[in-house]
Design a binder for this molecule. Sequence first.
Ligand code: ATP
Ligand code: MG
Length: 586
Amino acid sequence: MRWTQTLIPTLREAPAEAEIVSHQLLLRAGLVRKLAGGVYSFLPLGLRALRKVERIVREEMDRAGAIEVLLPALQPPEIWQQSGRYETARQVLYKVYDSARREWVLSPTAEEVITLLAAAEIQSYRQLPRNFYQISVKFRDEIRPRFGLMRAREFIMKDAYSFDVSDEAAQQSYQRMYEAYTRVFARCGLRTFPVEADTGVIGGTLSHEFMVPAETGENEVAYCEGCGYAANVEKAVSRVAAGGQAPVQGTAPAPEKFPTPGVQTIEDLSRAPYGVPAERQIKTLVYIVESRPLVILLRGDDQLNEAKLAARLGTTTFRPATAEEIHSLLGAHPGSLGAVAATLPDPAPPVWADERLRGATEMITGANEDGHHFRHVDVARDLRVNEWADLRTVRAGEGCVRCGRPLQIRRAIEVGHVFKLGTKYSEKLGSTFIDESGVRRPCVMGCYGIGVTRTLQAIIEQSHDADGIVWPVSVAPYEVCLTPLQMNADGPVRAVADRLYEALQREGIEVILDDREERPGVKFKDADLVGFPFRVNIGEKLLAKGQVEIKRRAGGQVEAVSVDEAAVRVAALVQEARRALLEAAG
Ligand code: ATP
Ligand code: MG
């Protein structure tokens, strides 16, 4: 490609809307342009890089035995009602209406469609296992679209769905996808690490996310350098949470009410004149779950993890109760709440307590009377707890569940997600098969997503420097940029550039020739900004010595080679870089 024949609108300054560096570079390098919040057009170079990520995904899916299909983005709402997700996925579902006022939904994912397809087309164990995948546009009504392609309203996802005869067979399908994902990201030159993940409202039993470590990531991951345990904090547990903490000991007298005027928070009660450390307090929260109240107890220094709550409840339809709702339920305002049995209304709302409170004694909790608390509270003796659950968020420094060494927490970007689904969807949507003994059984499913557009941006987030993007060769829009420094038509520079351009293309190298009538400084800046892995400078001075210069974008090494050997040398460098990424994938 010749630079002047395509569209590469580079920008010196990043538009103010771009908060993170990868978003700024997507715009500055002329890869994408925003149409509306969370909705982007791909320009030629952005599209080339995107197609390369897609190709890697496709090759690895094919290699893992998955079969490519293409499912409709426009879907009837009835199938979402049938799976039960019309309600649970309501927040992200875009709805559109046709001229007959009939409602349709725009696909955020495709479990419903593929399971119905399998229900119709797969009848026998002889047709299993099957794994179907597609690479297509998805739509999600995100509350907060941001960071460019990272959290978009319209984006490209690869989604795959496996159907198996048994749990063991499904486990193998899961393992195969897990390995394929590892290869996909390695081939993209992206460092990722898998973490245990929450299965959320999609349901299922086992799940891993593939994470890219990044300060700008929207996820937090707890990990142990000792044994390799790693989990999304939405799911992570520690020795502390697992009940390893000894309860506060003592022969406690009966609970005793005492006045605490003006106390609103855990903090207030921990200060003079009370001086009760947060870990001796019980935090009492009230949530409204699908319109019914739920009282939640945690240790005063712990935070409620809403993802764990959602997983335990099986719904995301909940919110903190308002102060008025709380007052009419418990007769007191936040700051004085508690679950001492005698202070609860009749009938009492359900009370869930975090595991860490199990067996705790000598605790302080609100009395459900404004400005009053109880001391000498023995959780087992005095509180009314209906259910125990792990509801707290782990913190850095707590002991790893597996080996006890201190956990660390870092931020990360989720680029891929693998799930074991079990039979939840196959049962609801009728995907069954006749087994070897003639019995009809539901298929055991898995589902597997890669955010293709998010992956593209994550590569930039991980691989850039002060001058711009540093593309891994496997996903670069072009592998080589030829940069003639003097563009006069009859000079030797242009002729050599043209010759190299032809020669490299013959070698199967993807090359762009910067044929603009621009100063060398402008060309260098743009080439570095876009981030082509190799640049060949062709200028009069070096040509006088019969040489051109090859510069690597990563690391910046420069070597001069003779004009005659240039094409062979550049091709060898590109091939070596391609090979290195393939080898990294194993
Ligand atoms: P998130 O937690 O970031 O909202 P998710 O867990 O809802 O993502 P999945 O349903 O697991 O996402 O989708 C599979 C993949 O699709 C994700 O791993 C991510 O890479 C990508 N993805 C999800 N939502 C978006 C989005 N709004 N914009 C771009 N990519 C997305
Ligand atoms: Mg996910």
